[in-house]
Design a binder for this molecule. Structure first.
Ligand code: Z16
Length: 839
């Protein structure tokens, strides 16, 4: 810091605040300085941006706690029906900026920090992301929390307080491959959580289950190991309301510090081991997004979390002093994928074994309480737990599952007499060595309603995943809630310049349109206004420069902000087809290479950005990253082409990086094989920020096109019904790539030739395309390249492009998570808003 003066900012403000001579100082300034002095025990003389962040966060937290407390008291007094969102993942990102926005305190803190010598934007980025999730599913949960608080709905989230969030991704300098490092996000204190060391439950594992043998179905579960669940509450402020909801995360710890008996017997190592194994339950988030590995620790996580959450709900319900038969009138539980399915069994156990509710009545309560959301149709993502593992870990629950299954199959048999194959398909138990439990079937039969996350996906859920259950229960149990995103974080916070422009153009306070996103349609009548078009384009340009600066700082490469920014950011997966994109980039590169300098000058300049993590054990996905990184190294150094095409792999994709990337995109790619991406949610975020979409006819892309008009999206590729026949053809009547798409064959050969790395390292990746081609890249490549040519053409007409951009953003009203959460509240949970009023 050298010559810089200390303290930063206005010396008198600091001194007055510290001496207590501060009557005319703003409350916020006093509060920040007070936290510097007391909570942080620091002096202003060496306070850095991190210290300023911590003090500001603690000061904002004081506001949140007051609102949070009043809201919880209000809910307790009013005793409305409550909803609970059970999710193993909450991908929250940063909190300070969101809390300031929701509390309406942004300008105040900005001024106070500035007087103290700090720029709010520099302070905000000191915060580490809370990254307790893999991707879309976890971020969706976070958006839904924001919307439920904003809509003043009595909803709590329940999850796990992982010590380590999603791993940090590093790129190996030498060979371009992904490396993983732990994410110890709790190393610095976390001001956004309230430890509730007094809210604890004992969770049992192993032991034995003895049936009463009186035909009641009851049993006693005893012995085994008990682990303590401790509550940590994360405050979730609503936007423009004092309502502040709760996200309760459980931490596991040993019931006693360690096993005293072993300790006294001199077996120190064993004593410490049990304490380690208790803490291990909530130590790490599993980093797989679409595959399950059947690990015992993962099943322990699932049970630990659902059992603690249900015990907590039950305690709250008992305080109401209502008969247990009314449980479902006061509680609705949403299952975010099959991960919390054990909650169905656990509620049965509580009702039957502990509350002595007769079996049939218990099952009625259960099936009126739960709701189940499916997030994928990929078969490898469907959870199946081995019966021997379940029997060992949760013996009582295994009995309950067998009993539930027997009674269920009896009712199927009644409706479809003698149809053994149907019974085998619908059974909760899959035969095999060993037998396994089909968690999706259990989630369906234990829930009142089942939904997919976009129209197409919900159709596929009915047609391909659960056709027998649709026949058995009827259509009405199966429905759709198209996903949504919170416009607070995904427009106002990440793109303040666009938010400002929208507010002035609509001539509405932002509080109005940020709570009713359909108001954006008001932009349409300005679409031909040249001044507005210019301002719109200037905002995009400014966001592109912001990203360019970041890339220059982190990768040391300059990006031309004049270029078209083409972005694909999401988890690496074969079905998402990052491979199609990178092969398309190579095609563009070789095409440029074959041109004369004069010809090149006519080509639209393009900067291509990738980001995303691959599951640590997913070999092909990791190889794709390696290819992207090494192609980038070649392309960005090529003097013939680097003015026209650059390529970037931005490491360690996160919510915060998304907030930087999304506002800067001209075009984004959502190019999954038709029928494989359940919904997608970043597609909505890009469009909301005025980026156009290149995509397949898949997931929510379809509904986005319905809103904005097909002339404003760039669709390509085969449709869902084509995919199965194509796969059949690949297997039984394969056509060589050279015949199907000479252009693609040439690109594959370019990679094989070794210019991006020799020794045939990419052959396994190329072979997924050359042989089998499960995700039909060979069938879609030519139409993909055509779509990108259309993008170039459209981009060349600047005015027309800007209009498309405005029209796209203006039609995103449907995709607010406020709409989605209202749909769940009304059509599923039957809960009502309850506003916190000042007393
Ligand atoms: C996930 O993020 C999703 C599905 C899944 O089975 C597991 C994970 Cl970790 C995603 C879907 O892939 C995506 O299409 C969807 O938009 C998102 O869940 C939210 O529904």
């Amino acid at each position: 810091r050298g010559k810089e003066k200390w303290p930063r900012g206005d010396e008198k403000t600091w001194k007055d605040a510290m001496r207590g001579v501060h009557s005319e100082l703003p409350e916020v300034t006093k509060s920040i300085v007070n936290h510097v002095q007391t909570s942080l025990a620091r002096a202003p003389y060496n306070l850095d941006d991190l210290g300023a962040y911590q003090a500001a966060a603690l000061s904002v937290r004081d506001n949140l706690i007051v609102n949070w407390n009043s809201t919880q008291l209000h809910y307790t007094r009013k005793a409305p029906k409550r909803a609970y969102y059970l999710s193993l993942e909450f991908l929250m990102g940063r909190t300070l900026s969101n809390a300031l926005l929701n509390l309406g305190l942004q300008p105040t803190y900005s001024t106070s920090l500035s007087n103290l010598g700090f720029a709010l934007e520099d302070v905000l980025v000191q915060e580490r992301d809370a990254a307790l999730g893999n991707g879309g599913l976890g971020r969706l949960a976070a958006c839904y929390l924001d919307s439920s608080a904003t809509q003043e709905l009595p909803l709590w989230g329940y999850g796990l307080r992982y010590k380590y969030g999603i791993f940090q991704q590093l790129i190996n300098e030498h060979d371009g491959s992904q490396l993983e490092a732990p994410d110890p996000w709790l190393e610095h204190q976390n001001p956004w959580e309230l430890p509730r060391l007094d809210v604890t439950y004992e969770i049992r594992f192993y032991g034995s289950a003895d049936r009463w043998g009186d035909g009641s179905g009851r049993a006693v579960w005893s012995g085994g190991q008990e682990v303590l669940a401790v509550a940590y509450d994360v405050m979730i402020p609503g936007y423009g309301t004092k309502n502040t909801n709760n996200l309760r995360l459980w931490e596991s710890k040993p019931k006693r510090g360690f096993d005293l008996q072993s300790f006294n017997a001199g077996d120190y190592e064993r004593a410490v081991e049990t304490s380690n194994s208790a803490a291990a339950i909530t130590s790490v988030l599993y980093p797989n997004d679409h595959t399950v590995f059947g690990k015992e620790l993962r099943l322990k996580q699932q049970y630990f979390w659902t059992a603690a959450s249900l015990a907590d709900m039950m305690r709250r319900f008992k305080n109401l002093e209502k008969p247990i038969s009314e449980f479902a009138e006061y509680n609705a539980i949403q299952l975010n994928d099959t991960h919390p399915t054990m909650a169905i069994v656990e509620l049965m156990r509580i009702l039957v074994d502990e509350e002595e509710v007769p079996w049939d009545q218990a099952w009625t309560i259960v099936t009126n309480t739960f709701f189940f959301t499916n997030h994928t149709v990929l078969p490898e993502a469907l959870e199946k737990w081995p019966v021997p593992l379940m029997t060992h870990l949760l013996p009582r629950h295994m009995q309950l599952i067998f009993d539930i299954n027997m009674l269920f199959l009896q009712s199927v048999e009644k409706q479809f007499p003698g149809d053994r194959e149907r019974l085998a398909r619908m059974s909760l138990i899959e035969e095999g060595f060993p037998q396994s439990i089909r968690m999706a079937n259990l989630a369906v039969i234990g829930s009142k309603k089942v939904n997919g996350v976009a129209e197409l996906h919900s159709d596929l859920v009915k047609r391909n995943l659960f056709p027998d259950f649709v026949e058995f229960y009827g259509q009405s149990k199966f429905a759709n809630v198209t996903n949504g995103i919170t416009p607070r974080r995904w427009l106002d916070q990440c793109n303040p310049a666009l938010s400002e422009l929208i507010t002035t153009t609509l001539n509405l306070p932002r509080e109005v349109w940020l709570k009713d996103l359909f108001k954006l349609e008001g932009l349409l009548k300005h679409v031909d206004d040249a001044k507005f078009q210019q301002r719109w384009a200037a905002v995009k340009r400014q966001n592109k420069e912001r990203l360019s600066n970041f890339v220059e700082k982190t990768l040391g490469i300059t990006v031309d902000a004049d270029a078209m920014f083409d972005v694909q950011v999401k988890r690496l997966h074969e079905y998402k087809r990052q491979t199609l994109n990178i092969l398309g980039v190579i095609h563009r590169y070789t095409t440029l290479k074959s041109m004369t300098p004069a010809e090149r000058k006519k080509v639209v300049k393009k900067a291509v950005f990738f980001a995303g993590k691959a599951a640590p054990g997913y070999y092909i996905a990791k190889l794709t990253i390696r290819l992207i990184v090494n192609v980038a190294r070649v392309i960005n150094e090529d003097p013939d082409t680097k003015d026209y095409l650059t390529l970037f792999f931005l490491p360690d994709y996160s919510v915060s990086l998304a907030e930087l990337l999304i506002p800067a995109s001209d075009i984004s790619q959502h190019i999954s094989t038709a029928g494989t991406e359940a919904s997608g949610t970043s597609n909505m975020k890009f469009c909301l920020n005025g980026g156009l979409l290149v995509g397949t006819v898949d997931g929510a892309n379809i509904e986005i096109a319905e809103e904005v008009g097909e002339d404003n999206v760039f669709f390509f590729g085969h449709l869902t019904p084509d995919v199965e026949p194509l796969r059949y053809q690949h297997t039984y009547h394969p056509i060589p790539v050279e015949e199907k798409s000479p252009a693609l064959a040439a690109v594959l050969n370019t990679v094989s030739s070794g210019i991006f790395g020799a020794d045939g390292i990419y052959e396994p990746l190329l072979n997924t395309v050359r042989q089998g081609d499960f995700y039909i890249l060979t069938d879609d490549f030519d139409s993909y390249i055509k779509a990108l040519e259309m993008v170039d053409e459209a981009y060349a007409d600047r005015t027309e492009w800007i209009k498309k951009s405005i029209r796209t953003s203006a039609k995103m009203g449907k995709f607010s998570s406020d709409r989605a959460i209202q749909d769940y509240a009304q059509e599923y949970w039957n809960i009502e808003s309850t506003k916190l009023v000042e007393e």
